[in-house]
Each structure stands twice: as structure tokens, then as C-alpha cells.
Design a protein. Structure first.
Length: 420
């Protein structure tokens, strides 16, 4: 018995060690050559045609509008899909994974030690969680109490021209937005209820107080300061520019130009604030952010997306995108009166764009009608019109290989059909 039990114990330990060795060795787990094996699954039933969208009767489209959430944001890199697939093969502690991923992201972005990051379900979630963390700190009762602000600060200062639909995610915490326009108005607005100063990066040109001055003013008053830069990569340096400027919190979309998981975003910020944001977010229950669940797949996917995005040759990409537009331009300007011009928005969707105009007395189409007909045709093309600009405008950074030629053909065809 004694010998036996000793043997059992030793055997158990040895076996346990052997099992642990197997389990903990990622190489053995994922495959013999260290590559992740995701291919070779045959799909039966729904999805077996290879186009589950069409199986539902939903038309896929060619995207000339850019990284629009309403159109599906962006398309992931195949390596990102592979990493997300492996994420789904294991259980982990989500809070532990969040901390590890956040620290890795801060390292990848070469942020100072004062900063970390949190993967959220999007930039909108990052805005809400970031502010929630500022309001509650790590106080569990206050976390449960939101959006009832009794006992907390209750105001966020914002420039009038910076108001936008995403400030709903500030208001959802219960705070009141205090609008100001000038530095004097800002100074008058600061009081003991002021929780945060919010900046909308794309509105930099519209406001009187610019991005660098805003954070300096916040420092003077020792008020935490957030910059919503959701759609403002490229340039890639924006990922660290604003924390280097001193912003306490900065938000980005994962599912726009970074081409991360569609339901992911980043809250980059001071460690303490990021930690308090996580306390207000899923997986923690009875929190305002429990509805903004982030899965292990999105967390690992966001790290991988940044890994890929940082390694990208961004100048070469911009050239490729410009080349696609020029290909389309060369083709469509063969049609009488069609003209093109190129521009790059200063901020947000800072990528090559093309404006397409024509003489409506020679081609009897308004830009609205043209966009509608292109969207309704097969293949379906999503292209922008309006927003105070004449004609149609498009970008090419969300086009897939070969789609530039299809767009050139479809546009030319449409214009020719409507020549008077
Ligand atoms: C897209 C966007 C958001 C929201 O980002 P999600 O990642 O979709 O949640 C917030 N602010 C601005 C300015 C945006 O463009």
C-alpha cells in the first residue's frame, strides 16, 4: 500500500508535469511547425456556399466610401483572422488578458511607463469607459451607482464645435456637457464639478483651442483630458502623438483603418485611469460598460492588428491607393465632360480621395442619382455624394484587388448611359 501510494504520488506528479508541459507548450498545441492551423475545416449547412451574406439574401458591396461602421468598417488581414481563430480555442481570465494585452500594446507603441491601454469594444466604448473610470475611481459602490452621479463630479467641458454624435457616450455616464468657445469661457467654466476636458480630434481645425493648447490648459487646472481620435490613423504616429502631448486618455477605433477586429477599439491612457476604466467595463458585472463586451478573440486580435499595422509600409500603401484612383480617373475622364480632382483630408480618413464631377447638361444625372444607381446595380458600389462637396467623392483604401477596374467600368457605363 505504502509503496503503491508513493508510486501513485510520484507518478501523479510526473504525469501532471508531463501534462502541464504538453498543455503549456504553444508549439505542441497549435501545430508541429509552430504555425496556427485554421484551414481545412469544411462547412456544411449555412455558410457552405462560401458567401453566407448571399445565403441570407444580403448583397455584398464594393466600398468606395472608406471605413464606415455602417458598411462593416474594414476587412481584416488573414493573419489577424488566424490569430482570432486560435484565441477561440482556449479559456483564459479576461481581466488578466486585458492587462497583459494593454501592457503589450503600450510597449509596441513605445509609450512612457506611465501609460497602458485597454482593448474595448470600439472607440465609443473607450470614451464611455474612460470617463466612467474618471468619475468612479476604483470605488465599487460608485461603479455600481453610475449613471447616478451623486457624490461624484458631474461636468465635462467641450468646445461647441467639437460636439458630435459620439459625445452620447460621454452623456451616457450621466454627466452634463458644458460647451465653451474661447479660453476665457473655458476658464470661467472650470469648477469643482468638472470631471474631464474632452477633445474631438477631427474637429481640431473647427475649434478656437487647438489640440496642444487644450491639453496644456487641462494640466493647468489638473483636470483629466481625453482626445477622441477614433478614425485618425493614418498617420500611424497619431497612436502615440497625443499621449506624448500629455493627454491622459486617447481613444481609437480598432475596426477602421487599423483593420483590427470590427468590434474592438483602444483606450490608451494613464495606468490608473485605464485600470479604473476596466473596472467599469465587461467582464465586470453591475457596471455601465457590461453591455460593451470584449471577447478574448477581440483582445488578441487588437494586439495582432497593431502588430501588422505598425509593420506596414504606409507610404507604399498611400501610393497604391492613389494609383487605384488614377486608374479609375483615366478611364472615366474618357467620357465627355467628366472631370476628376484629388485631395487628402487633413485629418480623419487622411488617405487619397478623388472628386468626380460632370456637366449635368451633358450627362443628365445628379450626384445623388448617380450614387443611388451605382448602389442598386450589380455589382453594388457604395460611393459618397454631398457633404457640401460637388459631384461624387471616393477613396480606394477599402477596395479589394481588382475592384478599381470594376468601379472604372461601372462608372463609365453609367455616365455613357445618361449622355444627352
Ligand atoms: C467611428 C468613431 C467613433 C466610434 O468608434 P467605434 O470604434 O465604431 O466605436 C467615435 N468617434 C469618432 C470621431 C469616430 O469617427
Amino acid at each position: 500500500m505504502r509503496i503503491n501510494s508513493k508510486w501513485n504520488r510520484r507518478g501523479f506528479l510526473a504525469t501532471a508535469g508531463a501534462i502541464a508541459g504538453t498543455l503549456l507548450s504553444p508549439r505542441k498545441l497549435f501545430s508541429s511547425n509552430g504555425k496556427v492551423a485554421a484551414k481545412g475545416v469544411s462547412v456544411t449547412g449555412f455558410g457552405s456556399t462560401g458567401n453566407p451574406y448571399e445565403e441570407l439574401g444580403v448583397t455584398t458591396l464594393i466600398n468606395c466610401e472608406g471605413t464606415m461602421t455602417e458598411l462593416g468598417g474594414s476587412l481584416p488581414h488573414p493573419e489577424l483572422e488566424a490569430v482570432m481563430a486560435t484565441a477561440g480555442r482556449h479559456f483564459v481570465s479576461i481581466p488578466e488578458l486585458e492587462v497583459a494585452a494593454g501592457n503589450r500594446i503600450a510597449q509596441m507603441l513605445k509609450l512612457s511607463d506611465a501609460y497602458s491601454a485597454l482593448v474595448t469594444s470600439g472607440a465609443a466604448a473607450a470614451i464611455q469607459s474612460g470617463l466612467a473610470g474618471i468619475l468612479t475611481g476604483s470605488d465599487e459602490a460608485l461603479i455600481r451607482q453610475l449613471p447616478d452621479l451623486t457624490g461624484m463630479k458631474s461636468e465635462v467641458i467641450i468646445q461647441k464645435s467639437h460636439r458630435n454624435p459620439f459625445d452620447h457616450q460621454l452623456r451616457s455616464t450621466g454627466v452634463k456637457l458644458v460647451e465653451i468657445e474661447t479660453v476665457d469661457e473655458l476658464r470661467a467654466a472650470v469648477n469643482e464639478r468638472t470631471a474631464m476636458m474632452h477633445f474631438t480630434n477631427f474637429a481640431n481645425a473647427a475649434g478656437q483651442i487647438k489640440v496642444d493648447e487644450w491639453v496644456k490648459l487641462a494640466k493647468q487646472y489638473n483636470i483629466p483630458c481625453m482626445n477622441d481620435a477614433a478614425a485618425d490613423t493614418p498617420p500611424v504616429s497619431h497612436l502615440w502623438d497625443y499621449t506624448n502631448m500629455g493627454y491622459d486618455l486617447v481613444t481609437f477605433s480598432g475596426g477602421k483603418a487599423i483593420r483590427g477586429p470590427q468590434c474592438a477599439g483602444l483606450l490608451i491612457g494613464r495606468r490608473e485611469l485605464v485600470a479604473n476604466a476596466l473596472l467599469n467595463n465587461s467582464p465586470h458585472e453591475d457596471t455601465i460598460g457590461r453591455s460593451q463586451k470584449v471577447g478574448k478573440e477581440e483582445i488578441l486580435g487588437m494586439v495582432k492588428a497593431l502588430d501588422l499595422f505598425l509593420a506596414e509600409d504606409h507610404d507604399a500603401l498611400a501610393q497604391e491607393w492613389q494609383g487605384r484612383l488614377e486608374l479609375i480617373s483615366n478611364e472615366i475622364t474618357k467620357v465627355g465632360s467628366v472631370r476628376t480632382s484629388f485631395f487628402v483630408p487633413d485629418i480623419a480618413n487622411h488617405v487619397p480621395h478623388m472628386r468626380i464631377t460632370w456637366d449635368e447638361s451633358r450627362i443628365s444625372l445628379t450626384p445623388q442619382e448617380a450614387a443611388k444607381l451605382l448602389r442598386e446595380a450589380k455589382p453594388s458600389i457604395a460611393i459618397s455624394h454631398g457633404e457640401g462637396r460637388p459631384g461624387l467623392s471616393m477613396n480606394s483604401f477599402m477596395l479589394q484587388p481588382g475592384e478599381d477596374k470594376i468601379v472604372a467600368t461601372q462608372l463609365s457605363k453609367l455616365f455613357r448611359e445618361h449622355m444627352t
